[in-house]
Design a binder for this molecule. Structure first.
Ligand SMILES: [Zn+2]
Length: 159
């Protein structure tokens, strides 16, 4: 099996153990629902928003960031760093299980991402989630992304 991905240095990301980044289209398609890959492709949506944080089976790693397309994941440095720091946040603030979105956890992870990687990458990502939600007619997704954007703008606007 071909494995595409990278190992994130524990030093750079202030972790005890390194993190893994792996491309796994199959697992993300299973997780988000059959046909999501096709839907994203025909609507030209950003597959980076399908990224998922999972525990690693290998105890040598702090966890694993599953990305749909590794090349796309690398294509924008600011967005990439925002994703990584957001996912690192999930080590401390676990994501909701299944369809239950824990918005408070998401916002806490967003705040870490802003602190470490700046605002612009995360803002772009959240706008891409809104776009995907609109295409999918998914008001829950749109509302959650808008809440996160609102929080982002309020927090950073104050300083
Ligand atoms: Zn998250």
């Amino acid at each position: 099996m071909e494995c595409v991905g990278s190992i994130l240095s524990s030093d750079k990301y202030e972790l005890e153990k390194p993190l893994l980044v792996l491309e796994d289209k199959q697992q993300l398609t299973n997780y988000h629902g059959k046909g999501i890959d096709f839907f994203f492709a025909i609507n030209n949506l950003d597959t980076r928003i399908l990224t998922l944080f999972t525990e690693s089976n290998d105890r040598n790693y702090a966890g694993c960031i599953l990305v749909y397309d590794f090349k796309s994941f690398l294509s924008d440095e600011k967005i990439k760093e925002a994703i990584i720091w957001h996912e690192i946040g999930h080590l401390t603030y676990p994501a909701g299980k299944g369809n239950e979105l824990d918005i408070l956890s998401e916002i806490k992870c967003d705040m870490l991402a802003v602190k470490k990687a700046g605002m612009s990458g995360l803002e772009k990502l959240l706008h891409n989630i809104v776009s995907a939600g609109e295409k999918m007619n998914n008001s829950i997704l749109i509302n959650a992304a808008n809440k996160r954007l609102e929080f982002l703008n309020n927090t950073t606007g104050k300083s």
